[in-house]
Design a protein around this ligand. Structure first.
Ligand SMILES: [Zn+2]
Length: 275
């Protein structure tokens, strides 16, 4: 057996033993890259984005982003604790930044590093719209969608990441991180997730926003506004990676009652006014 094959086999074994059930999706997913390896790279990337952009602080909008983010984070924590997953977020270092930019964009890097661009606020339209976007983006991180993409890249390239290599210091791993998150070609942007990951993030995001006290009925309204905005010329980054088609809007409408039921289990039966 040549070295490359051995490495690939080693990789498969690692994947086999590190398949874990994700509490949010209930599905077994590849956890080829551990949070301990991934988060330092993510945090470094986040700091770079902040240093290269104007971060808005002290305004009403900046405060709102922080407030919504904190509520979504608390919702995730409550949900995990109630479902026997205490400690799942222990390595998260939540941070919520509003970036001054016309870009219509928002994302959450692994470990809870969130960015909203001022350009997405008119489409969010109100705090509940922000909560819908926040819930969705945080859901991608909680469901380890980026990690799954990284794991697939490791497999494709026949690479194995040694047990305790710090990702940030390993050039090959850093390369895969960059490819998986799209941070080289488009600093701060995110590559499109697969359709099934989008659907998962929509469903988890609805639950999070409801549990955080935001009316999940508004999520479909948000994506209607996205759809209206993306018509015409080339859609902005966020909308090209998050196509707001009729199926998505119909799904969100259909799932909203279940999200409300879930929130009710936690005593959340009334939602904040839409403003
Ligand atoms: Zn998404």
């Amino acid at each position: 057996m040549n070295i490359k094959k051995s490495i690939a086999l080693f990789g498969l074994i690692i994947v086999f033993i590190s398949c874990a059930t994700n509490p949010f999706t209930g599905k077994k997913t590849m956890a080829f890259v551990s949070n301990a390896q991934l988060f330092p790279a993510s945090f470094a990337q986040y700091n770079q984005v902040k240093s290269e952009n104007k971060v808005v602080t002290g305004t009403k909008d900046a405060e709102m982003i922080k407030r919504v983010g904190q509520r979504i984070a608390v919702a995730a924590e409550r949900w995990l604790n109630a479902n026997g997953n205490q400690g799942y977020l222990k390595d998260y270092k939540w941070e919520y930044s509003l970036i001054e930019s016309e870009q219509v964009n928002a994302w959450c890097m692994p470990g809870g590093k969130i960015a909203f661009y001022t350009g997405i606020l008119p489409i969010a339209a109100n705090e509940t719209g922000v909560a819908a976007i926040m819930g969705h983006e945080v859901a991608h991180a909680l469901a380890n969608h980026g990690q799954q993409r990284m794991s697939a890249a490791y497999l494709q390239q026949g690479l194995a990441l040694a047990g305790n290599v710090a990702l940030a210091n390993d050039p090959k791993s850093r390369n895969i991180f960059n490819q998986s998150y799209g941070v080289v070609s488009n600093v701060g942007g995110m590559l499109p997730f697969s359709r099934s990951h989008e659907t998962q993030a929509d469903e988890i995001g609805l639950r999070l926003m409801a549990l955080a006290g935001y009316n999940p009925d508004e999520a479909s309204e948000l994506w209607k506004r996205m759809k209206a905005k993306s018509g015409g010329q080339a859609p902005p980054e966020f909308m090209s990676t998050h196509p707001s088609n009729d199926t998505r809007i119909a799904n969100l409408k259909q799932w909203a009652p279940a999200a409300k039921q879930e929130a009710a289990k936690f005593g959340v039966t009334e939602f904040r006014p839409i403003n």
